[in-house]
Design a protein around this ligand. Structure first.
Ligand code: NAD
Length: 494
């Protein structure tokens, strides 16, 4: 415990930025609220820093400043100039990846090995969107007798963006990359649990970004997020987080007829066929549910395994879950870190309790890991539950923790009906050695993304988003840039 605390104190002294203010118009400013909030280290419970608790006045100021920057500077930038800015953002992240990764681990609790992968992805996304700034084109429509028609993709101007705490810097890149590539300015609100890496990033790229193109208002959902989503002068709102908040953001967007992108929760199924290579299937399943401590919207949290291989598979999976290294996330060898906050632990434990009350079988896990050294952290052991009804809340609702429910199947149609029998439709997985079967299954699954013989792979070019209550629109990939533009059609007489 002492060793962990010392390691974290030293890392915090080295990495937490001194300046935890709002970033508006290229200036670091205090919130009009006069208030701050603490952000804590999920491994030790210690306070890492105090960020500004932004409010509606700050949002007003940020939106106005963003419009000034759009009108006076950013809208004059050519696509080539925007490309150069975005490429420099990518270079900055590459050059500072280790510090950013360690800070992300301090603030969020994810294992450092996973934070390093996140930072590579952040850099790669900026490079991808740098290229997209130059390659995003309109169309020429075959002419009729009266006119030739062209479409031009134009930016909205100023967009609002609200992000969650599970991939703090990566989610900011998912939002800023396509918005800036398309020519928009942004007002970004990070999650109150994890403001640090995006603050450090903006401090580092202050010389690269023209003033006011990106404005950051830290703070709580109600005080800072809601006024952003209600602001009449933004032209689009993009949100990643819970379905419940997504609903209220959509209602606000409806009030102002704003465009919207929502990336919400999931309860994604993974289907294992009897011909699957069991070792591969176990690896894929571990990635799907235990990666990032299960704090992934895409997490494959319902397993549908064929009865022919169920026993062998669950045995392999529970052994792999028990082999995960639960320890200080700053250590290279750690593969499962703490959850982001106490509240998130409680939330996970409530679902575990629902399963226990229903006499489900816990193949492994079901509580905190048995390690005194980790007592101060928000740790939950990797959990695998069998023999549970499909209508149990633990199965129907998003737990957002390292908790998997397993179902056995024999009849494909019955299995598919159950796999699709949730309100969500974000992602799904199929594990089989028969690619034809995999394609057919992918088509039957109600999900925006289906991974075959892999899971949670997020290259920058891959459009990502949900069916049903998992969201609207797509992020990353070419579609994301499309979603940050509006079409102007120009008809020319001839
Ligand atoms: P949340 O949806 O409350 O928070 C996400 C972001 O929205 C944060 O920046 C928050 O400040 C902001 N926000 C909160 N209320 C708002 C409001 N009324 N108006 C505008 N913005 C608001 O998520 P949470 O409370 O941090 O987590 C709750 C659950 O949501 C999790 O357990 C998980 O199931 C789900 N979740 C999903 C994702 C995802 O990636 N899809 C990410 C985080 C959480």
């Amino acid at each position: 415990q002492d060793a962990i605390e010392q390691r974290h104190t030293e890392a915090a002294e080295e990495l937490v930025p001194d300046n935890l203010k709002l970033y508006i118009g290229g200036e670091w400013v205090d919130s009009a609220s006069g208030e701050t909030f603490e952000t804590r280290d999920p491994t030790t419970g210690e306070v890492l820093g105090e960020a500004q608790a932004g409010n509606s006045e700050d949002i007003d100021r940020a939106v106005e400043t963003a419009w000034d920057a759009y009108d006076e500077t950013w809208s004059d930038y050519s696509a080539a100039e925007r490309q150069r800015v975005l490429a420099q953002l990518g270079n900055y992240v590459e050059e500072n990846a280790e510090d950013l990764a360690r800070l992300e681990t301090l603030d969020n609790g994810k294992p450092i090995s996973e934070a390093r992968v996140d930072m590579q992805l952040v850099a790669d996304h900026y490079h991808y969107f740098a290229a997209a700034a130059r390659t995003h084109e309109g169309r020429t429509i075959p002419s009729d007798e009266t006119s030739q028609i062209e479409t031009v993709r134009e930016p909205y101007g100023v967009v609002g963006q609200i992000i969650p705490w599970n991939f703090p810097l990566l989610m900011s890149a998912w939002k800023l990359g396509p918005a800036l590539a398309a020519g928009n300015c942004s007002v970004l609100k990070p999650a109150e649990e994890t403001p640090l890496t995006v603050l450090k990033f903006l401090e580092g790229v202050d010389d690269i970004l023209p003033d006011g193109v990106v404005n950051l208002v830290t703070g709580f959902g109600r005080e800072a997020g809601e006024p952003l989503s209600q602001h009449p002068d933004i032209r689009k709102i993009a949100f990643t987080g819970s379905t419940e908040v997504g609903r209220s953001i959509m209602a606000n967007a409806a009030e102002n007829i704003h465009d919207i992108t929502l990336e919400l929760g999931g309860k994604s199924p993974v289907v294992v066929f009897p011909d699957a290579d069991i070792e591969t299937a176990v690896d894929v399943m571990v990635t799907s549910i235990y990666h990032n401590t299960g704090e992934c919207c895409s997490a494959g949290s319902r397993l549908f395994v064929h009865s022919d291989v169920k026993d062998e598979f669950l045995e392999g999976l529970s052994a792999a879950a028990e082999d995960l290294v639960i320890d200080d996330p700053l250590l290279d060898e750690t593969t499962l870190g703490p959850k982001v906050t106490d509240e998130q632990v409680q939330r996970t434990m409530e679902y575990i309790q629902e399963a226990q009350d229903a006499d489900a079988e816990f193949v492994t896990g079901g509580g905190a890991p048995d390690d005194e050294a980790l007592a101060d952290g928000n740790f939950v052991a990797p959990t695998l539950i069998d023999d549970i009804d499909h209508d149990n809340p633990a199965v129907q609702e998003e737990i957002f923790g390292p908790v998997l429910e397993s179902f056995e199947w024999d009849d494909y149609d019955e299995m598919m009906e159950q796999a699709n029998d949730v309100d969500y439709g974000l992602a799904a997985g199929v594990i089989t050695s028969d690619l034809g079967k995999a394609y057919d299954t992918a088509k039957d699954l109600e999900a925006g993304n289906v991974w075959i013989n892999q899971y949670n792979d997020f290259p920058a070019g891959m459009p990502f988003g949900g069916y049903k209550e998992s969201g609207i629109g797509r992020e990353i990939g070419f579609e994301a840039v499309e979603h940050y533009t509006q079409t102007k059609t120009i008809s020319i007489a001839h």
